[in-house]
Design a protein around this ligand. Sequence first.
Ligand code: NAD
Length: 291
Amino acid sequence: MIILDGKTASASVRESLKKSVEDIINSGGRKPHLVAILVGNDGASETYVASKVKNCEEIGFESSLIRFDTTIDEGDLLNEIEKLNNNPLIDGILVQLPLPKHLNTEKVIEFIHPDKDVDGFHPTNVGKLVSGLDTFISATPYGIMLMLEYYKIETKGKHAVVIGRSNIVGRPMSILLSGNTAYGNCTVTLCHSHTTNLKELCLQADIIVAALGKPGFLTADMVKSGAVIIDVGITRVPDTTAAKGFRIKGDVAYNEVAEKASAITPVPGGVGLMTIAGLLKNTLKAYKLTH
Ligand code: NAD
């Protein structure tokens, strides 16, 4: 059994990006610049954004964090995004989700210029992805594809079951795995909360991507021997024995499933790190669009 280690795979991506930035600087260019927008002070969002900013700095990107109060008016937020859209020194813009309820997430995402949409959430970029065109790919599924590539996981002709159909993870994942690409060409079954025979489908799967946000959901009795397991779930489960009062849990019952799997991602230390790698690659891509 192989542990699909996000630390090793993401370090390899970061190393190659660092080299690209050095080449840009040596040829007189400027650093690619990512702007992260954080509305409010949700604990998990703070952690994710801090990690994105830190990773940018480590590979030589410029990064800025713009914070707004939870009560920000939607019009004011859109105005700020517009300024960033028009600023030629900003390459990538991301708005950390979830947003407070009074803000319309779809409207905010659609306001980001598609050429600066490094999260790959804009409908224009989603449309391009579905059409098999070159575009910004939603960072988490992109990171998973980079992980499959790093570990040379055979996907062609395999049956992949994706659990969860969200616009940011499950659905784009199903499109990527079914695409006619080196780490695609799977036959994909996309499952969701109304799927009635999930266990039966999972037992037929060579690859399972669990992205539903239910800790420990995928158990060993749902997994075929030798399957490749990708655990996307990140849930803070209260635990008084942990220093922070919670532990991060994935959607897979790791210990029992690892005994049957041929390869598995741990949580933490798996897909989360690859998501940042995907975001960084998208940011360099955005820079290259205008240079
Ligand atoms: P979401 O809540 O938007 O979607 C969950 C999906 O799971 C839905 O499509 C729903 O139909 C499906 N689902 C729920 N219960 C189900 C069940 N019993 N059987 C089958 N399907 C079921 O969630 P999301 O934004 O896609 O995130 C999913 C998980 O991935 C969360 O834990 C989230 O924190 C995590 N996540 C991790 C990363 C990362 O970088 N590792 C990035 C994004 C999201």
